[in-house]
Each structure stands twice: as structure tokens, then as C-alpha cells.
Design a binder for this molecule. Structure first.
Ligand code: ADP
Length: 271
């Protein structure tokens, strides 16, 4: 559906002729709607744990006042809910910081082999909790790109953590680095052997707050913002994300970095 704003201006005096200008408002409306949906979603996501915490405070002030066991139980739920709010606020701040940054390509020299294996090591405990072993398959030669180290750490943290959390049951996660076949750029893929993602969800996974299953995401301490942050960081790096998944076999999230002369800014998904 398209929306236009129309301006009429007379041509000359007394000619009775007018020029009509149609200004397309669809894009402005679309952005306004995205903003208001985002605020509504963020408020709702914060309200839910807040309501739970204030409910438990009431209970602790009243009926559970003298009950030690109930008090410990309620306090641990309140702790979980406040942690969830803190994670959400951290992710919202990350997104807004990324949006504030000027759109110039980050230019530190980064060696991806080392960066990715550092991230994989730091996620060992989350992998183990989900019965996953992270296997690294990196080439001998360094995969060098120019980028922002902290932002790239965040990308691979999100992708590898997701693979461990949503791919549990698959036993392993394979992180593979490859130079591009034409010698320009390189890619890093994160593959899990979990239940996979139904195809219809794949194009929407990088939208803010989009989750295939809200309950599973919450149980996994998810905020629904991880892949939106990944998409944002990659577009600043001129890199692309591809997502492939097959039900019952698992999913592969791959990041393709362009070579020095190529600039691609789009984030793409295909089946
Ligand atoms: P969350 O905080 O919920 O993990 P993300 O933006 O990181 O949010 O991911 C969005 C959704 O994509 C997740 O809720 C999950 O449903 C799905 N997802 C992400 N990675 C995987 C994966 N490796 N396997 C299956 N589903 C995944």
C-alpha cells in the first residue's frame, strides 16, 4: 500500500493552471511504523519480567513473609527476572550504539583464526551445559580482514552461542574458516546438528525480537536481539550473512567477508 502527500501550486497568475506534486510517503511511514513497533516490543519485553518481580515483592510482603522456603524460591525467580531485564537492556544499548556510529567501514587489522578460536574457547562452558563439543576447522594461513575486533567478537559469540543453545542434541558444533575460492575475502561458518529451522522463519530471523519459539528462546536466556545485532555489525563490515537449515539435520550460519576491493552491504538469507 502506497501513501502520497500532494502539493498544488498555481502556474502563473490567473491561468487557472496548477502543478501537482505527489511526494511518496510510504518509506517514511514504513520507518515510523518500524520505530513504533520496536518501542512497543521493547516495552512489552521489559514489562513482563518487571510485572513478575513486582508480583513477587507483594507476595513476600504478605503471605510468604514468614515462610523461609517460599522466600528463597521467590528470590531466585526475582533474580532470574532482573538478569533477563539486564540482558535486554544490554542488547538494546548495543543496537542503539551501533545505530549512532558513523557509517564508515571499521579498519583495524583482524586475524579471524585467532579471534574465532578465542570466542569458541570462551563459550566452552555454555557448550558443555548443552552437551555440545565445539570443533574448530581453521586453515593454517591467517584469514585477515579489516574490521572492528569487539564487534566481530560479538558476531561470533552470538552465532556460536545460538548454535550451542538451539542445536543441543546434535552433540557438536563445527566452526569452519575458508578463504574465498577467488582469493578475495573469506568466510566463517557455524554449523549445528540440532533440529533445524522451518524454512518460513529463515528470512525473518534477523528482525528485532523475532523468535521461532518464544518459550525456547526465553528458557535459553535469549532476548530476540542477537541476530539483529549480528546483521547490523556485518553490514558495517560490508559482509553478508547466509542461513541454511534443514529440519532434523541442523543449521549453518555463514559470514562472508569481502576482499579488500569488494563492498557489499546487504544481508541476505536463502534456503
Ligand atoms: P535469541 O536471543 O532468542 O537467541 P536471536 O536473534 O539470536 O535471538 O535468534 C533469533 C531466533 O532464531 C532464536 O530465538 C531461535 O528461534 C532462532 N535461532 C537462532 N539460531 C538458531 C540455530 N542455530 N538453530 C535453530 N534456531 C536458531
Amino acid at each position: 500500500e502506497r501513501a502520497y502527500r500532494v502539493h498544488a501550486a498555481p502556474i502563473g497568475e490567473g491561468t487557472g493552471l496548477y502543478i501537482l506534486l505527489f511526494r511518496d510517503q510510504s518509506e517514511t511511514r514504513r520507518i515510523e511504523k518500524m520505530r513504533s513497533d520496536f518501542i512497543a516490543n521493547a516495552s512489552h519485553e521489559l514489562r513482563t519480567p518487571l510485572a513478575s518481580v513486582s508480583g513477587f515483592i507483594e507476595t513476600l510482603r504478605g503471605p510468604a513473609r514468614e515462610d523461609d522456603r517460599a522466600r528463597d524460591h521467590f528470590l531466585s525467580i526475582m533474580h532470574e527476572q532482573t538478569s533477563r531485564m539486564a540482558r535486554l537492556i544490554d542488547d538494546l544499548l548495543s543496537l542503539s550504539r551501533l545505530e549512532m556510529k558513523p557509517f564508515s567501514k571499521p579498519s583495524e587489522q583482524v586475524e579471524l583464526n585467532r579471534l574465532v578460536s578465542g570466542v569458541a574457547d570462551s563459550l566452552g562452558h555454555i557448550a558443555a551445559d548443552n552437551g555440545i563439543e565445539i570443533k574448530l576447522d581453521m586453515p593454517e594461513d591467517p584469514l585477515r580482514i579489516s574490521g572492528n575486533r569487539d564487534e566481530l567478537v560479538q558476531v561470533f559469540q552470538n552465532l556460536i552461542e545460538n548454535a550451542c543453545k538451539y542445536g543441543s542434541g546434535g552433540g557438536k558444533v563445527v566452526v569452519r574458516g575458508l578463504p574465498a575460492s577467488d582469493g578475495n575475502g573469506c568466510s566463517i561458518s557455524v554449523r549445528d546438528f540440532g533440529p533445524g529451522i522451518p524454512q518460513e522463519h529463515i528470512p525473518r530471523l534477523t528482525e528485532r525480537f523475532y523468535r521461532v519459539d518464544v518459550e525456547t528462546s526465553r528458557a535459553q536466556k535469549g532476548t530476540g536481539l542477537g541476530l539483529a545485532i549480528v546483521k547490523h555489525i556485518l553490514s558495517r563490515h560490508g559482509a553478508r550473512l547466509t542461513i541454511r537449515s534443514k529440519l532434523g539435520e541442523g543449521s549453518t550460519f555463514a559470514v562472508h567477508f569481502p576482499g579488500p576491493s569488494v563492498v557489499a552491504t546487504q544481508v541476505e538469507q536463502f534456503h
